[in-house]
Design a protein around this ligand. Structure first.
Ligand code: NAD
Length: 416
């Protein structure tokens, strides 16, 4: 079979859920496509005085349940199909978490690692100038994703407020604390994932405090997963981690705090003292209890799924597993915690941030953790219940929960 792009994967996943739910044809077709999408060109002055042309995107997938919500990714491999897929997954994610939001996503094809701070700021402001009229707490609220940061969100919010002429911090989430960010947003994605691992472990009789774990991708999601796994689950042994430059393994255990400090100091995990090198591919196939894919999409396919040995796979990354791989993993008995449930902690605290901005009243950290834990636990239980009832895999069960909710909103609005 020719390789599918991420959007074709997202559509295939929806098709499976629609079939299993017996969804009517009009609703199925409505949910297969973004309701709106914007592609635009951004000319940006670079430090050398020359203008560079960037390809940029914003996709608003479905806003039947509320304003569109989703991050902005800056990556050299960004395409409209990646953005469409991520926007679709945001729609299912806000629905599975029962947040009153729709799904969106944005992106720029660029390599921020090769750009200065000034160039990034000019790109961020240029992106907002084009899409400003489509944004706002009642329309569409972006957030960070791969290679975009709280600082970039701050420039974007500032540009937006200049355009509309008044304070509007809820237009974007993932902001620095000093500009209306929420307590607990920085580690929310990983924290939510670890809460779900805790609940999943109960269902397979695994003691997470004794579990071994490995992490592919060592950015925001991966680094916090390394430390929070131990902190929240009361133990566990980190065996291997990797990033785009390669990975490291130590079967006796890697100190999560030390490798995070090493990564922050050197920009890589390669060369971490006391550990051996391991490739990104080999890391996925390690004999560990819990595997956290936390890098990019499409890394677990029909070629390597049969070699995955983890008992629980917690998808912090978006779209790491192809539909063929899902079937193989299900038949092998790997409990996959699907991306739009497992990594929903980020958007959930983004939603808390939006709520706090709108009220102009800010919660203490303990409230954020408690509310996040409650929502992650409830969502896991809803999906697990559906999985038990339908005897299918967790992703399909999660889709069935989400699609039912989005379809109901579309029907109540009279769209279908
Ligand atoms: P990030 O930019 O902080 O980190 C990405 C990491 O992936 C980096 O360590 C990078 O070196 C690594 N990486 C890139 N290409 C790789 C490759 N080919 N092999 C191995 N590692 C590679 O991004 P992040 O915010 O941690 O996001 C990671 C994943 O989690 C993405 O799929 C993102 O969509 C998803 N996610 C993040 C959040 C969030 O709040 N941060 C929320 C939901 C989902």
């Amino acid at each position: 079979m020719p390789e599918m792009n991420p959007f074709q994967i997202a559509q295939t996943q929806l098709d499976l859920a629609a079939k299993k739910l017996g969804l009517d044809e009009a609703t199925h077709q409505l949910l297969r496509w973004p309701m709106r999408e914007y592609r635009f060109i951004l000319p940006v002055k670079m430090d050398n005085g020359k203008t560079r042309i960037f390809h940029a995107y914003r996709v608003q997938y479905n806003d039947a349940r509320g304003p569109n919500k989703g991050g902005i990714r800056w990556h050299p491999d960004e395409t409209i199909d990646t953005v469409r897929a991520l926007a679709a997954w945001m729609t299912w994610k806000t629905a599975v978490m029962d947040l009153p939001l729709g799904g969106g996503k944005g992106g720029v094809t660029c390599n921020p690692k090769e750009m200065s701070e000034g160039e990034k700021e000019r790109l961020a402001r240029a992106w907002i100038r084009v899409v400003a009229r489509e944004l706002g707490v009642h329309r569409d609220v972006p957030a960070p994703d791969v290679y975009t940061t709280p600082q970039i969100m701050a420039w974007m919010m500032d540009e937006y407020e200049h355009i509309v002429g008044h304070s509007h911090p809820g237009v974007i989430t993932g902001k620095p604390l000093a500009l209306g960010g929420s307590q607990g947003r920085n580690d929310a994605t990983a924290r939510g994932g670890v809460y779900v691992v805790r609940e999943a472990a109960k269902t397979v009789g695994l003691d997470p405090a004794k579990a071994t774990y490995a992490i592919q991708g060592f950015g925001n999601a991966g680094q916090f997963a390394a430390t929070l796994h131990r902190e929240i689950l009361g133990g566990g042994k980190l065996i291997a981690v990797s990033d785009s430059r390669g990975g490291v393994i130590n079967r006796s255990g890697i100190d999560p705090e030390k490798i995070v400090a090493y990564k922050l100091e050197t920009g890589q995990v390669k060369g971490f003292p006391g550990a051996e090198p391991i490739s990104n591919e080999a890391l996925l196939e390690l004999d560990v209890d819990v595997l956290y894919p936390a890098a990019l999409e499409g890394v677990i396919t029909d070629k390597n799924a049969a070699k995955i040995k983890a008992k629980i796979m917690c998808e912090l990354a978006n779209g790491p597993t192809t539909p063929e791989a899902d079937e193989i993993l299900f038949n092998k008995g790997v409990l996959v915690l699907p991306d739009f449930l497992a990594n929903a902690g980020g958007v959930t605290v983004s939603y808390f941030e939006q709520v706090q901005n709108t009220y102009n009243y800010y919660w203490p950290l303990s409230d954020v953790y408690a509310q996040l834990d409650r929502r992650m636990t409830e969502s896991f239980k809803a999906v697990h219940k559906m999985q038990q009832q339908t005897k299918t895999h967790m992703r399909l069960a999660a889709y069935m929960v989400s699609v039912t909710r989005v379809a109901e909103a579309c029907k109540l609005r009279g769209w279908v």
